[in-house]
Design a protein around this ligand. Structure first.
Ligand SMILES: [Zn+2]
Length: 546
């Protein structure tokens, strides 16, 4: 799932098309699966699951999958080959376009060397340049909230390791890190009203100025450090404690024009550390776990001049500027419907400081497993089922946005321009909220589809999945589909430890994955996709929202 600092994971793509009327009647509330088919899916998915093996290889062996990195490429190729091995057709990696430079880490170390030696928990930001070998230097605290404050440090930072931002107060953790949705939370979702045009999909335009200023303040600070010749920038993890740190992309030190739409953010320097044209002002930059960071600040406040040795040895990859999604299909078998498509997908890319297990190895493995379950159950879907594993999600839903534009269509000047497969797609199902099991579906305001999904969920009430909400959810790859009026859905999932421990952290690893939840999610995903592939008609689309 996509999120950048306080932006709380959301896109405004869907605002382009909140009121589209496609005039299809609601489907009758029946299961389209032949008798016994859902039982077969349950049996295969719950009793002979391979989802944990798939996820272990993806995370433990392939590792982090930062878009543009060799790990991403290996993941694209391995998932393609694995789905082919399972008997899927047309398995391929499909280019979606140019992304920018790849980046990977060859070596990193950081330690406090004076007044006494201590290691610390830290990780370079993605696309950080390398230090010039191992740098040993005094650590200074840049206590600057404004441009005027910055000016006070002129001439003092050359060759120094600079801490930006103050001590982050840490409180005891009184709530469990692991959370499931309780009845009250599910009831609230079930009773949510139909969303307004932009509800839940991104910050309101009134916030654009503040967002712009937030990123530009960071850019000015980075430019100042670069101009002053600082050696390394360190900041504190913005959340987490106990050795868990959260780290994303580097700051480039280039200001952006004031945002006109939330989508502009993806093209702005603040979101493009991978873009060579913005990299001139970058410094080596590292995020430090808050306990270790706070100690450094307190040492300095005590009048000590700590020293550190930091080495970042990173490699940029310019061999292939293009990036790819992995695509594979189970061909449809009904001569009249096999050209139509039901899609399921998840983003395969991750951030870089752990192995991207919950974000979003979990969703990727579950999507692959859902297809495997359908194949292994010997079922013959009428429509073609197409799996997509996206890349570039974390930097702005690039893989899915460009795929949707090429295959299904785009909004131009407020009007829909259909792509070659627009009328062939029944719907798209996405999984990207971590390891937590499925509790229901966000309907994205599509009330027409409620009776149908109610009947599809009914065999899974015992597994905890029974809630349908009209509410929108944002921040992931169903949005480009929704934005052009195609049914695109993200499931409601238990939060598990997603926001408290794993989402973009150095602890997003296989150990945080819940096997029973993964089996449940893969099985429900398989049932939904299969049902959609067996219907006489396509999934009902949204009607006009008054
Ligand atoms: Zn994410």
């Amino acid at each position: 799932m996509f999120r950048r600092q306080f932006l709380a994971g959301a896109l405004s793509l869907a605002v382009l098309l909140p009121n589209i009327a496609l005039g299809q009647a609601a489907a009758s509330a029946t299961s389209s699966a032949p008798e016994g088919a859902i039982e077969k899916i349950r049996d295969e998915g719950l009793n002979r699951s391979k989802v944990m093996q798939t996820l272990s290889y993806m995370t433990d062996v392939i590792g982090p999958r930062l878009t543009g990195s060799p790990g991403m490429r290996r993941a694209n190729e391995w998932t393609r080959d694995k789905m082919k091995e399972w008997g899927m057709q047309n398995a391929q990696i499909e280019a979606w376009g140019a992304f920018g430079r790849g980046w990977s880490l060859r070596k990193f170390s950081a330690a406090v060397t004076e007044p006494n030696y201590s290691t610390l928990i830290a990780f370079p930001k993605a696309w950080s340049p390398s230090t010039k070998g191992a740098v040993t230097a005094e650590v200074v605290y840049l206590d600057a909230a404004s441009n005027d404050d910055l000016a006070k440090y002129r001439g003092q930072l050359a060759g120094k390791i600079v801490l930006v931002g103050g001590e982050r107060p840490l409180k005891p953790i009184e709530q469990p890190l692991m959370k499931r949705l309780d009845e009250a939370a599910l009831t609230k979702l079930a009773n949510a009203p139909i969303p307004g045009p932009n509800d839940g999909l991104g910050p309101p335009p009134a916030a654009f100025k503040q967002i712009t200023e937030y990123f530009n303040q960071q850019a000015r600070r980075m430019k100042f450090l670069q101009d002053e010749g600082a050696a390394v920038m360190l900041d504190s993890s913005a959340q987490g404690s106990g050795g868990t740190l959260f780290v994303q992309g580097a700051s480039v030190g280039v200001e952006m024009a004031e945002l006109k739409s939330f989508d502009d953010l993806f093209e702005s320097p603040a979101f493009q550390p991978q873009n060579k044209k913005y990299q001139a002002n970058m410094l080596p930059q590292v995020t430090v776990a808050s306990e270790d960071y706070n100690r450094l600040i307190r040492m300095i406040k005590n009048g000590v001049k700590p020293k550190m040795t930091v080495e970042v040895d990173a490699q940029y990859h310019d061999e292939d500027p293009t990036q790819y999604n992995t695509i594979a299909e189970i061909p449809g078998t009904d001569p009249a419907l096999k050209d139509e498509i039901v899609m399921l997908g998840a983003h395969l890319d991750s951030w870089h400081s752990s192995t991207g297990a919950t974000d979003n190895g979990a969703g990727s493995a579950a999507v692959m497993e859902a297809a495997r379950i359908i194949l292994a159950s010997g079922l013959k879907p009428r429509r073609t089922i197409r799996v997509a594993l996206w890349s570039g999600e974390e930097q702005g839903l690039y893989g899915s946005r460009f795929y949707v534009r090429k295959h299904f269509g785009d909004m131009k000047d407020g009007k829909l321009v259909k792509g070659p497969e627009y009328d062939k797609l029944s719907g798209y199902f996405n999984l990207d909220n971590g390891t937590g099991k499925i509790r229901g579906v966000y309907l994205q305001g599509n009330a027409n589809i409620k009776p149908l999904f109610e009947s599809w969920l009914s065999p899974f009430g015992d597994a905890g999945a029974k809630t349908l909400t009209l509410q929108n959810t944002g921040g992931t790859d169903h949005l480009p589909f929704d934005a052009i009026g195609l049914p695109g859905f993200q499931f409601i999932q238990d939060p598990a430890e997603y926001d408290t421990r794993t989402h973009h952290s150095n602890q997003d690893n296989f150990d945080r994955i819940q096997p029973e939840d993964m089996k449940q999610a893969s099985t429900i995903l398989a049932a939904f996709v299969y049902q959609a592939a067996m219907m006489d008609g396509k999934l009902p689309r949204k009607t006009l929202i008054p």
